[in-house]
Design a protein around this ligand. Sequence first.
Ligand code: ATP
Ligand code: MG
Length: 143
Amino acid sequence: MVEKFVFYMNRMTKSYAPGKTVLKDISLSFFYGAKIGIIGTNGSGKSTLLRIMAGIDKEFQGEAWIEPGRTAGYLPQEPQLDPNLTVKENVMQAVSKKQAILDRYNEISMKFAEPMDEQAHGRTRKIARCHRCRRFVELGSQN
Ligand SMILES: Nc1ncnc2c1ncn2[C@@H]1O[C@H](COP(=O)(O)OP(=O)(O)OP(=O)(O)O)[C@@H](O)[C@H]1O
Ligand SMILES: [Mg+2]
C-alpha cells in the first residue's frame, strides 16, 4: 500500500507586499502521525508558515493542501483582542464568568446586612454553610 501524504506543500512562496517575500520556494510533506516542529529566528516566518498550513492564510503562491477529510487546528501565538474594547475590557471578557460569580457573591453578602424574616434567615444560614463560591451562587440564586 502506498502511503499518502496527510499534508503537502510544494514551492510555496509568501509575500506580504511587493518586495517583502517572507518565505520562498518552501516544499514540505508529511505522512500521517508525523510530529514536527518549526524553528527559526524571530520574524523568519514560522507563524506565517503555520497559518498557511492551517488553511487560514490562502494568499500565497505555489501549492499547499491537507488530505481531504482532515482538519487543521491553529492556536494563535498572540491573544485575539477586540480592537473596539479597552485593554481592561478585553481582560474582563476572559474572566467574565468568574466576575459574575464574584458579583453574585457580593450581592448575596450585602443581603446579610439587611433585616430579614425567619424564613429568609434560614435560607441565608444554608447559603452561609456552603464554602465553595459556585455552590454558594447556585443556592443563592434559588432565593
Ligand atoms: N500581516 C502581516 N503584514 C505584513 N507583514 C507581516 C504580517 N505578518 C507578519 N509579517 C512579517 O512577516 C515576517 C514573518 O513574520 P512571522 O510572524 O511569521 O514570524 P515568526 O517567525 O513567527 O516570528 P516570531 O519568532 O516573532 O514569532 C516578519 O517580518 C513580519 O513582520
Ligand atoms: Mg510567530
